[in-house]
Structures are given as C-alpha cells and as structure tokens.
Design a protein around this ligand. Structure first.
Ligand SMILES: *[C@@H]1O[C@H](CO)[C@@H](O)[C@H](O)[C@H]1NC(C)=O
Ligand SMILES: *[C@@H]1O[C@H](CO)[C@@H](O)[C@H](O)[C@H]1NC(C)=O
Ligand SMILES: *[C@@H]1O[C@H](CO)[C@@H](O)[C@H](O)[C@H]1NC(C)=O
Ligand SMILES: *[C@@H]1O[C@H](CO)[C@@H](O)[C@H](O)[C@H]1NC(C)=O
Length: 343
C-alpha cells in the first residue's frame, strides 16, 4: 500500500513537471490519417516540388503516404512531416506534362521506387516546403524475376552497348530530320534484351541552332538554342535495324542549363562533362557521372531550391517540444492507400 501511494505521488509529480510553465499555452499536436485530404494536399505539394527540382531522370508520382506527423509550431502554424513512397513515371523531367498526367511505369518494366522524407509548414491554410530528403532505387532483380521471369532488367548506362545504341539511334534520327539537329542531354534508362539481341534505350535531347547540314560542317558550333528539349525512345537490333522516335517539346523554362563546349563526342556528352550545368551551385557539386556505372538517376540529385536537401533540422523551423501525451493518443491510420501497386 505504501508503495502504491508512493507511486501515485510520483506519477503526480511527473505529471506536474510536464505541465508547461510560463506564458505559453500548451500546444497540442493533431493526429491526422495518411489518407486525410489534408495529408494528400501536403503530399501533392511536396511531389510537385520534388519533380520541379529534380535535375535528372524521370518525374515521380505519389504511390502512398507512409507516415504523417503534424506538430504545432511557435508562434503560429504547423509543421507537417511526411514520409512518401513514389514511383517513377514514363515522363522524363524535360517533358512538360504535369506528373499527374504521366503514366506510372508498369511493374514489369523494372520500376524505380522513390522514398522521400519531407517537411512542410502550414501557415494560414497554405503549405510551403521546408526540406526534403529523397532517394530512389530500382526494384531488385529478384523481385522482377519473380513477377516476370522474361522481363528485361535495367542496364548500366555506361555500358558500351548502351552508348553505341544511343549514338546510332540519335544519328539515325538526325539523318532523317534535316531541319533541326538534336544533341544528347542524358540517357534516361536502358535495357539489353536477348532473342533477338537488342538494346532498348530512352534518352533526353536538346534542340540546337543547327540544321543537319550545319552539323555536318561544324558540329561543335551546334549549341542548345533555347530551352527546347525532346525525348527519344529507340530499339537497336543491329546497326542496320534501328527504330527511333523522338518527341520535341516547345520552349520551356527549366532550371536545367547546358553549356556544351568544344567538340563533344556523344560519349563525353553523356559522361556529364558537356552537359555541365552553368549554375553549378544548383547541384552543390553533386553531378552524377556515368563513370559511376549507375542504372538510374537517383532522386538524391536535386536542384537546390529554398527547401534544403538535407533532412537534418538545422532548419530555423525547429518544432516545439512534443506536448505532454494526451490522455489517450489516437493513432493515425497509416500507411495510406496504395495508388498504383505494391513494390
Ligand atoms: C492533365 O489531366 C487533367 C485531368 O485528367 C486534364 O484536365 C488536363 O488537361 C491534362 N493536362 C495536360 C497538359 O494534358
Ligand atoms: C549557333 O550558336 C553558336 C553560339 O552562339 C554560334 O557560334 C554558331 O555559329 C551558331 N550556329 C549556327 C548554325 O547558327
Ligand atoms: C528490322 O527488325 C524488324 C523487327 O524484328 C523486322 O520486322 C524488319 O524486317 C527489320 N528490318 C530490316 C531492314 O532488317
Ligand atoms: C561503368 O562504370 C563502372 C564504375 O566506374 C565501371 O566499374 C564499369 O567498368 C563501367 N562499365 C563500362 C562498360 O564502362
């Protein structure tokens, strides 16, 4: 009995201690579910931001909201911390289509999954991004083989067969379209297939100020004219049998800027040397290079926008301490629904 009394006293003491002192009102965190419209609104803003600040590869679509936490922020506003699962779409970042309108890659097409931890501030009913930390990775070969034993896997982008296929396909396209000369921006993805032996590639291009004839005379003088990009898909069976189709988009204002300098054999162009970003600070020195032998463009490589790339809360928006646990904490219903498929 004595022990019980002592325990009760102790609990009271602890409770007293956790009551905030001073002029502050106790701030209560809100519990909202992953599929709450408010969570979805925050996620949509984050995905939009992530896509518009991605420097390489493809746009991503939301697959599910894994976790959400809403914390009060002093003096006003709320912090939203979300964990998002994304899936790569078929739209390269140079494609002007909004990501919502882009097709998510079918699970049989060696999908690439993205994971992001994002932090947003909600103030007066509107959200702004504070930080995000993302990375992406292709589905494992074991998984693909289980779903579809014959599906081709992603090949490393510096594979000689891949580079040759891109060079041949682009040369063929340029040969068939004399009016504008396209140059390579980056290889997006590649697959090496057997029976028949072929290489299937996707790559982004930029419109230059040259015609095909100009390019024959001085290809090194053919520079990106304005921000007009394109995207090509090709299948290269043998040198004599290439199918290539390219889509060229209208003028855009992307944060990508290219300085193609000097004679640029395409291999160098792909190696990230010639498509050096004029605005290097965007990247914080992180230029993915083909020498790394990667199979996909990791979402980690961001254009440095106002929202920081790092997750560390060196941010000035330090959340206030979590208030004393409410008598019965309702748990949010999470993770949320899966919009496409479970990887
Ligand atoms: C994107 O999809 C929405 C809804 O389906 C449609 O209203 C809109 O026109 C589409 N936008 C483009 C650029 O295709
Ligand atoms: C393309 O632009 C570059 C740089 O402005 C210039 O040197 C070159 O002559 C132009 N080429 C053509 C064919 O207009
Ligand atoms: C190219 O490949 C396609 C598909 O395999 C085939 O139908 C076509 O005859 C080939 N063309 C040439 C010129 O070899
Ligand atoms: C691709 O890059 C990796 C990493 O640098 C290297 O080990 C590999 O040999 C390269 N592959 C080819 C085909 O160049």
């Amino acid at each position: 009995m004595k022990a019980l009394v002592a325990l009760l006293l102790l609990t009271q003491l602890l409770n007293c201690k956790s009551i905030p002192v001073g002029p502050f009102q106790p701030l209560l965190s809100r519990v909202i579910d992953c599929d709450d419209p408010e969570s979805e609104e925050a996620a949509a803003i984050a995905v939009d931001y992530i896509n518009s600040h991605n420097l390489h590869g493809y746009k991503f679509a939301l697959n599910s909201i894994e976790k959400i936490k809403v914390l009060p922020r002093r003096p006003t506003g709320e912090l939203f911390l979300l964990e998002l699962d994304l899936l790569q779409t078929e739209c390269h970042i140079v494609n002007p289509l909004p990501a919502e309108n882009c097709t998510v890659r079918p699970i049989t097409d060696h999908v690439v999954e993205g994971e992001c931890d994002v932090k947003l501030l909600k103030l007066d009913g509107s959200f702004s991004m504070l930080s995000r930390k993302c990375h992406s990775k292709p589905d494992s070969a074991e998984d693909i083989i289980q779903i579809c034993p014959d599906c081709p896997l992603l090949a490393v982008l510096n594979d000689t067969r891949v580079i040759n296929a891109v060079n041949l396909a682009l040369a063929q396209y340029n040969g068939e379209h004399e009016d504008v000369y396209l140059r390579l921006v980056e290889i997006g993805r590649a697959q090496i297939l057997h029976l028949p032996d072929s290489v299937s590639v996707e790559f982004a291009v930029v419109v230059t100020n040259c015609s095909g004839k100009d390019a024959q005379e001085h290809v090194d003088g053919c520079l990106p004219e304005d921000q007009r990009f394109g995207f090509c898909k090709a299948s290269v069976l043998t040198e004599g049998n290439i199918t290539v189709s390219c889509e060229v988009y209208g003028h855009q204002t992307l944060c990508l800027k290219f300085s193609i300098t000097g004679v640029a054999p395409l291999v160098i162009a792909i190696a990230g040397v010639t498509h050096d970003h004029l605005t290097k600070e965007h990247l914080g020195g992180e230029i993915p290079s083909l020498s790394k032998g990667f199979k996909h463009h990791d979402l980690r490589h961001f254009h440095r926008g106002p929202a920081q790339d790092t997750s560390d809360s060196s941010s000035q928006e330090a959340p206030v301490a979590t208030p004393p646990a409410a008598p019965v904490a309702k748990l949010p219903l999470c993770p949320g629904r899966i919009r496409h498929y479970q990887v």
